[in-house]
Design a protein around this ligand. Structure first.
Ligand SMILES: [Zn+2]
Length: 328
C-alpha cells in the first residue's frame, strides 16, 4: 500500500526524460519483493520479464477504496494464490505473495475481526512467503491492535513479516513498528521494514532488521537517492522494490535502478544483493522460495489454462511480437 498521497501531488514532480537503456544490465536476474500485479497489465508482466525480473512478491494491500465485506477479502486472497500467480507464470515470472490485513482496513474493526479469523486459511498455503503488508498508516489504536495480532500469527506460522511504514510521521511509526515486533519476541532478521528513506535507514540497520526501499516516482525514494544510500551504508540487509500498484508507479523500478547503480559505480556484487539476493534470503526464511523454480517457470506456454481459463482471449496467439508495429 503505497499510494496514500493524491495523484496530483505526485504529478507535480519534475519529469526528466532520459532514454531507457537497460543493455548495461542485460543477463542479470532481478527479484521485485513488493509489487501489486493485480493492478497491472500484461504489458507490464512482459516488460518485467524482458528486463530480467524472474520472481516477485505481491503483498496483500488495500484496493484504493474500502472493502465492504469479508467475501472481498476472501476473493482477493484467493486470487493472490490462484489466478494472479497463474497469470505471472504465463510470462515466465515466479509469483509469491504475502497475506495480511492492511493497516488502513484495520480501522474497520467489525470487519477486521472477521478478517483475522479468515487469515489462517491462507497463510499456510504454498507460495505464501510472509505476513504482509501490515503495520501503521495513521498510527491509530486499532492499527496497533491488528499489527500485534498479526505478529503473533507470523510467529506461530514461522513466517517473515513485511512491514508497511507510514507516510506521515514516518520516523516515529518506523521505530514503533520495530519496538512492537521485538516486544512480541520476533527476531529482527524475520522482519522486513519497508518504504525506508534517509531518515529511517540507520536505525533499521543498526537494530538488525531488513531495510527495504520503494523506488516510486515523485514520492518515497528516487533511485538517485538510493545510490547515495548504498554508497553510505553498503548492500547488507538492504533491498529495493517497485511497489507498483494502481497509482503512478513503475514496475521496472528494480531493473532500472540496477542500471543506474552500475552507471554510478556500485559493484555488481552489491547490485545483485540489493536487487535479487537479499530479498530471497529474507523471505526465503518462509521455506517457500526455491531458485530452481525460477528456471522452470521460464518454459512458458501461454496456452496453459487455470481452472479452464487462459490469458489468451478469443483465439489470440501466445506472445505479442513487440518487434513490429503491426498488431495482427
Ligand atoms: Zn504496497
Amino acid at each position: 500500500m503505497c499510494c496514500n498521497d493524491n495523484l496530483n501531488e505526485r504529478n507535480q514532480g519534475t519529469r526528466t526524460h532520459r532514454a531507457l537503456d537497460l543493455s548495461a544490465i542485460a543477463g542479470m536476474r532481478f527479484f521485485d519483493p513488493h509489487v501489486h500485479m493485480t493492478s497491472r497489465t500484461t504489458d507490464d508482466y512482459q516488460a518485467m520479464a524482458d528486463a530480467g525480473v524472474v520472481a516477485l512478491i505481491e503483498p496483500a494491500f488495500w484496493l484504493g477504496q474500502p472493502r465492504t465485506g469479508l467475501d472481498s477479502f476472501r476473493d482477493y486472497y484467493s486470487s493472490l494464490i490462484g489466478w494472479e500467480r497463474f497469470r505471472s507464470s504465463q510470462f515466465g515470472i515466479k509469483h509469491y505473495c504475502t497475506i495480511g490485513l492492511n493497516s488502513r482496513e484495520a480501522n474497520n474493526e467489525a470487519l477486521a475481526e472477521q478478517v483475522m479469523e479468515l487469515l489462517p486459511a491462507f497463510v499456510y498455503k504454498e507460495g505464501v512467503v510472509g505476513i504482509g503488508e501490515i503495520g501503521f498508516d495513521d498510527q491509530t489504536a486499532a492499527e496497533e491492535k491488528y499489527y500485534r495480532l498479526q505478529l503473533e500469527l507470523a510467529k506461530s506460522a514461522g513466517l517473515p513479516v513485511q512491514v508497511h511504514t507510514p507516510h506521515r510521521d514516518k520516523k516515529k511509526g518506523t521505530s514503533k513498528s520495530m519496538d512492537i515486533a521485538v516486544e512480541h519476541g520476533l527476531s529482527p532478521e524475520m522482519i522486513i521494514i519497508d518504504h525506508n528513506n534517509e531518515e529511517t535507514v540507520k536505525e533499521v540497520l543498526d537494530r538488525g532488521f531488513w531495510a527495504a526501499f520503494t523506488i516510486y516516482p515523485f514520492t518515497k525514494m528516487g533511485n538517485e537517492r538510493m545510490v547515495e544510500i548504498l554508497k553510505q551504508y553498503g548492500p547488507e540487509r538492504i533491498m529495493i522494490n517497485s511497489a507498483a500498484d494502481w497509482g503512478i508507479s513503475d514496475p521496472l523500478a528494480v531493473p532500472k535502478s540496477a542500471a543506474l547503480m552500475k552507471q554510478r559505480g556500485i559493484s555488481m556484487e552489491a547490485i545483485d544483493l540489493v536487487c535479487y539476493r537479499n530479498a530471497i534470503t529474507a523471505f526465503g526464511q518462509s521455506g517457500q522460495i526455491h531458485e530452481k523454480d525460477f528456471d522452470q517457470i521460464r518454459e512458458v506456454d501461454q496456452a496453459q489454462k487455470f481452472e479452464s481459463n487462459s490469458i489468451l482471449r478469443g483465439g489470440q496467439q501466445p506472445r505479442i511480437d513487440k518487434g513490429t508495429i503491426i498488431i495482427a
